[in-house]
Design a protein around this ligand. Structure first.
Ligand code: GUN
Ligand code: FE
Length: 501
């Protein structure tokens, strides 16, 4: 039987556009794919639209959203270390290389013990799913057995993507793969294990292996394809000296590791020449701003990456980032872009004034922002063809939403299956509520029918409210606002999900 959802829907379209649809109808097949979607259906016309699609009301399960609820695509985390979750929130006073030695490697080394993995990973996957992440590029630890545990849990939960980590040089003695052969053998064993896991209801494989040489410092070039790049200045210098290359990107390119399906985490220190090379190779960047602030790495120039045509998604980089939620990345990506915009204006003023400007700046004009009282379609206000339209600009809500959904999907080469609501795509969705009485999150100053906290919601202003609901959720929301996490039509998490009851 198909499931038909009716109510407010947010649907990302492009880097500068999303749709806010107050009365949208989405039909999901028993296999979990979107059969059809009608953007605007008056409640009095529901049965007409169903019968146009040859459904009688008795043929379907109809789910009408409550007041203050909306659907949006599930969030994509393009970079998360599952084995570092036990270290969340500790060690942020250090920078990358010292942090790895003092906190990260000891945390990951514990996964040598399979029982520890069996105790820990269920909580890790549950937290990440309940944060609204429906697709995740996980890094496991070095250990085959522990990573099988993780693979099997992710598979059962129904998320996408993963694989273990490979590292065989410049590592601590208790956390290193003894040889290239062993690294290759265990990786192949893991791939076979993942390939033998049963398929989903639709017959589709949700769990995909990704080869994971940890970063150039650790990896033998024979292995590929999800890795770190140019996160920290000392790391970049170390890589250039180890490989005798001129840049980090060149190092990977020399070994043919920059491919269409390569996910490069961070890219904080990338030069424009490296961005051009990465764009040419079609690789994507996982922007991890929480981690980049927390480990004092810097701010990735996301706008410039986009202007060079590089695919960009968001990544939590737990535990370099202290939050497992992509919402934190949206918030920090916004702040990072504002800081870059402020700096750019200040630098320009400094140059004009011979370097003596004292004026403070509120940043550059936000050329991408929607009108406050926008309507259904959030068209880009500026000149689409203008070069440099993102460089040193604040990221708009449309862009942030895109990076968290469709952008992440592109980085994972899954844009034809996930990232937005479109006929034929998997129905990966979050059912969000902004009602304080329902969610217990007073930080979201949202719609509350008993107390008019914002302004009256009338038919005329409903559309506008949906836009505000989204923005409030992105900046003030958390797990409490996510009632359902749905992957391929199946609820796998969220506040309303109680599998054991
Ligand atoms: N570079 C190599 N390994 C890591 C890691 O675990 N986290 C981060 N943030 N950067 C890395
Ligand atoms: Fe990382």
């Amino acid at each position: 039987m198909c499931t038909v959802y009716y109510g407010p829907v947010i649907n990302p379209q492009s880097l500068t556009d999303y749709l806010a649809l107050p009365q949208c109808l989405i039909c999901v097949s028993p296999q979990g794919n979107i059969e059809w979607l009608v953007e605007d259906v008056d409640s009095t016309k529901l049965n007409d639209v169903l019968s146009q699609h040859d459904y009688a009301p008795s043929d379907i399960t109809l789910i009408c959203l409550d007041d203050g609820e909306f659907l949006m695509p599930g969030l994509v985390d393009t970079h998360a270390h599952a084995c570092q979750v036990p270290n969340l929130g500790v060690g942020g006073e250090l920078e990358l290389l010292q942090w790895l030695d003092n906190y990260t490697f000891p945390t990951e080394a514990r996964f040598k013990n399979v029982e520890y993995a069996e105790r820990t990973y269920p909580h890790v996957v549950r937290r990440i799913v309940n944060s609204g992440t429906t697709t995740c590029c996980y890094y496991g630890s070095l250990h085959l057995e522990a990573t099988k545990v993780l693979a099997s849990l992710v598979h059962t939960a129904g998320e996408f993507t993963l694989v273990k980590c490979n590292m065989n040089r410049n590592c601590p003695p208790n956390y290193i793969e003894p040889s290239v052969k062993e690294s290759v053998d265990t990786t192949l064993a893991l791939i076979s294990y993942i390939e033998e896991l049963p398929k989903s209801v639709s017959g589709e494989t949700l769990l995909h292996p990704i080869l994971t040489p940890r970063f150039a410092v650790h990896s033998n070039p024979e292995l590929a394809i999800q890795t770190h790049i140019s996160e920290n200045k000392s790391e970049v210098e170390l890589v250039k000296s180890l490989f005798k290359t001129n840049s980090y990107a060149e190092t990977y390119d020399k070994f043919h590791l920059l491919r269409k399906n390569t996910v490069l985490a961070h890219g904080v220190q990338l030069t424009e020449d490296e961005m051009v090379l990465i764009a040419k190779r079609g690789s994507g960047v996982a922007h991890c701003p929480t981690s980049n602030f927390y480990l004092s790495s810097g701010m990735a120039r996301v706008g410039m990456l986009l202007d060079h045509g590089v695919k960009v998604g968001l990544g939590t980089d737990v535990s370099g980032g202290y939050s497992p939620s992509i919402l934190a990345e949206i918030q920090h990506a916004s702040i990072a872009s504002k800081m870059l915009a402020i700096q750019a204006v200040d630098n320009k003023k400094c140059k004009c004034n011979g370097g003596h400007s004292k004026s403070s700046s509120s940043g550059s004009e936000d050329t991408h922002s929607r009108g406050r009282h926008g309507h259904k379609h959030h068209e880009y206000q500026g000149d689409e063809k203008q070069p440099g339209r993102f460089t040193n600009q604040k990221l708009s809500i449309a862009t942030l939403l895109y990076l968290a959904t469709l952008g992440g999907a592109e980085v994972c080469c899954l844009q034809d299956r996930i990232g937005s609501f479109e006929q034929g795509k998997a129905f990966d969705a979050l059912l969000v509520s902004v009602r304080e009485d329902d969610t217990g999150n007073p930080a979201v100053w949202g719609y509350n029918p008993d107390r008019d906290l914002t302004h009256g919601v009338t038919a005329q202003s409903a559309d506008n409210s949906l836009i505000e609901w989204l923005e409030r959720f992105l900046f003030c929301g958390d797990d409490r606002n996510i009632k359902k996490v749905i992957v391929q039509g199946r609820t796998i998490g969220g506040r309303d999900y109680h599998p054991l009851r």
